[in-house]
Design a binder for this molecule. Structure first.
Ligand SMILES: Nc1ncnc2c1ncn2[C@@H]1O[C@H](COP(=O)(O)OP(=O)(O)OP(=O)(O)O)[C@@H](O)[C@H]1O
Length: 633
């Protein structure tokens, strides 16, 4: 290469990268729910507020009955104080406005004014008491709703997780759950406003009957405006929920230390930033785009409300001038109407908030209720003992939303003492088969039975007690090293069994070297934690499966991240333990199949071959081809 060429290569600017494509438009797929919301009338929606109040009361009662009762009593007392203060003021008005001398006027009005002041002070005390009770109830209510969400996710059948709209519905329900932290404060504001309005209305009705409808008319436009704005909010929430969901997921990918190396090593930053910023921008533009609509709604509502307020004061003046109302009564009406303005704005602001909560809580309660429906035992049978035989008879599994089965029909029998290797190309159905064998899912047709008991008729949790499972993507649980082995289920042999499991995967020295041995927290991001290496995490995952000493041991690519020593230890361990259990290994490393008594070859969801290693190689079918490919380097 000439000197000139070398110089050119040094100075030539790299070609500008092509503009990355925009991220696809994400859709919220729970269409039926959207349609229901779109079709809902304002009246129907307003009727949701009582249900939100009921739900608030139920949650609060479940957290602390006494605090809830104190809160309700204080609220009612507050309303009584407002009414009593207003009545006392109306009593004071007559001598103040129509009495003779100044001294007589003041002395006649003194007692009613003292009562009004005392009632106002008592009302303030009542409001402080209810506020303090709410503060005691709030954290517990938020936790209760949060726990219900977490439990719903942990309990629900896997088939529900597989449904295409599960994530979006879960996200919508999360919003409802998060709102339970604000629920009580807003319910308090709403009911406080409602009680004060009722108190004012009762006083006004006595002063003059026409004032009441006029007052109510001034409320209606603002109320309708706020409710309409809340519906716009909910629509906006629905339009952006899929994008927000993906955004959160991507945010985790971009900020977790687990993917930091991959992101940097592959120069992903520019595209990742472009992608994330584009989704943020899409969400923002929807929100900004909706601002003029909100302004219009609130402007119309405020104008109409103002007209009614002016009309109310006009009517009051007309009644006094026309001699239909005493000046003292008009004075009371003005005080009452000023009180009602505060109560009214409280009612409208918190009413709209409660209405919004009601919409989101609807998502939350629907999600939790549906999850509960899909969480119960599949049937009454209890799998008391580990299976001697697992039998699949023409079993198939079709994922929700799919037309064709991903597995089956498959017929197969597995017996205790056997080691079975399952092989097949990517997407052949190996993980799906594992889910059926372990009763993680029930077949969509055909039968999977444990010692004659169909898994679709049995309590799945009773079956899982006999299962030890190492999945392809196992958890890096932020527990101590000990709990990473026991998973909070210590065996009768206690710590000795934990060390045995660690020995079986060659982790004794490593754990002894951790800062606090078995008590070391395995999470580097938490102070005092320690992060094992990728292969060590996989050894721990195998260790916990061994520790369970399960009747059905299933390992999906259990040694993919391990060094040869670790892999050798795991497979030796499997061989030593095999007599007391059914062992199933999914592997892409054909050499590992030599340990199996029987190899099952899956292709496009069907069993195409089965037999011993040598037998299948001699058969010269797809297994033999996979072996040849694995050796051809
Ligand atoms: N949750 C799901 N929802 C819909 N389809 C799924 C789901 N999980 C798997 N599938 C589909 O089922 C088929 C079988 O998948 P499965 O994970 O059982 O294959 P596998 O043999 O374990 O693949 P691999 O070797 O890549 O792990 C694939 O076509 C896959 O796309």
């Amino acid at each position: 290469m000439s000197e000139q060429q070398t110089e050119d290569r040094k100075t030539a600017a790299p070609p500008a990268p092509p503009t990355p494509p925009a991220p696809p438009e994400f859709k919220y797929t729970w269409g039926q729910h959207n349609e229901t919301m779109e079709a809902l009338s304002l009246g129907q929606m307003a009727r949701r507020v009582p249900s939100a109040l009921r739900q608030t009361a139920r949650l609060a009662l479940a957290v602390n009955r006494t605090a809830f009762h104190v809160l309700v009593a204080a609220q009612i007392l507050g309303g009584i104080c407002t009414a009593a203060a207003l009545t006392a003021i109306s009593r004071a008005m007559v001598p103040l406005l129509t009495g003779d001398g100044i001294e007589e006027r003041i002395s006649a009005a003194a007692w009613p004014l003292v009562v009004a002041a005392a009632m106002t002070a008592l009302g303030t005390l009542a409001s402080l008491t209810s506020g303090s009770a709410a503060r005691r109830l709030n954290p517990g209510m938020a936790t209760l709703a949060d726990l219900a969400m977490v439990d719903a996710h942990m309990d629900v059948e896997l088939a529900a997780y597989d449904a295409p709209d599960f994530t979006e519905r879960s996200e919508a329900a999360e919003t409802g759950s998060a709102r339970s932290a604000m629920l009580l404060q807003d319910a308090l504001g709403f009911t406080g406003g409602l009680i004060d309005m009722a108190a004012v209305a009762s006083v006004l009705a006595v002063v003059h009957p026409v004032l009441l409808p006029l007052l109510l008319l001034s409320v209606v436009p603002r109320g309708l405006g706020s409710v309409h704005a809340a519906r716009l909010d909910y629509r906006l929430h629905n339009q952006t929920i899929a994008s927000r969901n993906i955004k959160h997921m991507m945010r985790w990918h971009l900020t977790t230390p687990k993917l930091a190396d991959e992101l940097r090593g592959n120069s992903m930053r520019p595209y990742a930033h472009h992608w994330y910023a584009a989704v943020c921008e899409r969400i923002d533009s929807r929100m900004v785009g909706s601002a003029p609509r909100y302004l219009t709604v609130h402007l119309i509502a405020a104008t109409a409300s103002g007209v009614f307020v002016v009309a109310t004061y006009g009517a009051l003046a007309g009644l006094v001038v026309g001699g239909y109302m005493a000046i003292a009564a008009a004075g009371t009406a003005i005080v009452a109407m000023r009180t009602s303005t505060a109560a009214l704005s409280q009612l409208v602001v918190y009413g709209a908030a409660m209405f919004q909560h009601a919409l989101y809580l609807g998502d939350y309660t629907a999600f939790v209720a549906e999850a509960a429906e899909k969480s119960g035992p599949r049937g009454p049978q209890v799998m008391e003992a580990a299976p001697e035989k697992i039998r699949l008879e023409e079993a198939t599994y079709t994922y929700p939303g799919k037309d064709t089965p991903s597995l089956g029909p498959v017929s197969l029998t597995l017996s205790r003492g056997e080691v079975i290797a399952v092989v097949g190309e990517n997407g052949a159905g190996k993980s799906t088969l594992i889910r059926l064998l372990t009763s993680l899912t029930a077949p969509t047709s055909g039968v999977v039975s444990w010692d004659g008991v169909p898994t679709s008729d049995a309590d799945q949790r009773s079956a899982w007690r006999h299962v030890g499972l190492v999945t392809q993507s196992y958890g890096y649980w932020p527990f101590s090293a000990r709990e990473n082995i026991t998973l909070g289920q210590p065996g009768p042999r206690g710590e000795e069994a934990v060390w045995d499991a660690l020995d079986a995967v060659g982790m004794r020295e490593a754990v002894q070297g951790f800062p606090d041995g078995l008590d070391t927290l395995l999470a580097r991001s938490i102070w005092g934690g320690h992060e094992p290496s990728g292969g060590q995490w996989q050894r721990l995952a195998c260790g916990r499966a061994f520790h369970r000493r399960p009747g059905l041991l299933v390992m999906d690519e259990p040694t993919s991240a391990m060094d040869p020593r670790g892999e050798h230890m795991v497979f030796s361990g499997l061989r030593d333990m095999k007599d007391d259990r059914i062992t199933v290994i999914v592997t892409h490393r054909m050499e590992n199949c030599r340990l199996a008594d029987r190899i099952i070859v899956l292709d496009a969801g069907r069993i195409t071959e089965q037999g011993g290693y040598e037998e299948l190689v001699r058969l010269d079918g797809s297994f033999a081809e996979l072996v040849r490919l694995s050796q051809d380097r």
